[in-house]
Design a binder for this molecule. Structure first.
Ligand code: G3P
Length: 268
């Protein structure tokens, strides 16, 4: 499974890329807002160019459109691609699967995916909450579909009035509420959503890859890999938890305490 870092924060991108295990980054307007506020970015063009350069060739940088109709999304997708792909040839355009809002009903996401994908531009379809949405995006030619695993779990917990903190684990096998499985139209967890998408796409040999997104903790990341997500996009804070275990820290303390000076001399 590939690893993308779910961030637009240049500090996290720089640090994450030095680990040598990241295959790209994913951004969205909320992550750009956070980065803008933290770094007080005035010139967003230069900032994004720096993100693309830092991530580098052969890795992906997903940049999202902000329009909600096909014409605008296509034009914004082309703008993002023309401006930033020349930096390191690594730009993927993020399109919401269904950009309709309550004020503006439409189904233009799929049209925009089709139009941009047919120009050879890699598309990451975002805000996926059902296998059907993923299937239509794949059919329209998307390179990636991004199911928001964590937000499904949040929603299921909210419906059952379960209090939780964002990083808390939610079982891939679901939970019961009032003696019935908690579910959203047959989906019992975010990981279950990833698994269903994988089965559906594999049934018809789609090449579209699944990016398990909105991940919250190490166990959920592991489960995304086990159900066959091609990529996990991971917030930097969750990425650090994948390397953390109290027994590792305990073992380290013991090794350091046991280091004799004769062994230290070996390193001089
Ligand atoms: O990649 C999607 C992600 O940024 C959404 O994460 O934590 O807001 O659900 P979150």
């Amino acid at each position: 499974m590939k690893i993308f870092i779910d961030t637009a924060d240049i500090d996290e991108v720089k640090e994450g890329m030095t680990w040598g295990v990241a295959d790209g980054i994913t951004t969205n307007p909320s992550l750009i807002k956070k980065a803008q506020e933290k770094h007080k970015v005035k010139d967003m063009n230069s900032y994004i160019k720096n993100l693309c350069k830092t991530v580098g060739k052969g890795k992906d940088v997903s940049l999202e459109v902000i329009g909600t109709d096909a014409k605008t999304m296509i034009s914004q997708g082309l703008t993002l691609y023309k401006k930033f792909n020349k930096v390191a040839n690594n730009v993927v355009i993020k399109i919401p699967v269904n950009p309709a809002t309550n004020d503006d009903p439409n189904f233009d996401g799929i049209k925009a995916i089709k139009a941009l994908a047919s120009k050879g531009i890699g598309i990451n379809t975002t805000l996926i909450f059902t296998p059907e949405q993923a299937w239509l995006a794949a059919k329209a030619g998307a390179k990636y579909v991004s199911p928001f695993a964590g937000r499904i779990d949040d929603d299921l917990r909210k419906k059952a009035n379960i209090t939780f903190e964002k990083p808390d684990y939610y079982p891939a096998t679901g939970k019961e509420y009032k003696e019935k499985p908690l579910e959203d139209n047959g989906i019992i967890s975010g990981i279950h959503l990833c698994k269903q998408i994988r089965l559906l796409l594999d049934n018809f040999n789609y090449k579209t890859q699944i990016i398990a997104a909105s991940l919250r903790n190490a166990r959920q990341i592991r489960e995304a890999a086990l159900v066959g997500a091609h990529v996990a996009t991971i917030p930097f804070s969750a990425l650090t938890t994948t390397l953390t275990h109290y027994k590792t820290a305990e073992g380290m303390n013991a090794f350091l305490a046991d280091t004799v000076k004769e062994y230290e001399a070996v390193f001089k």
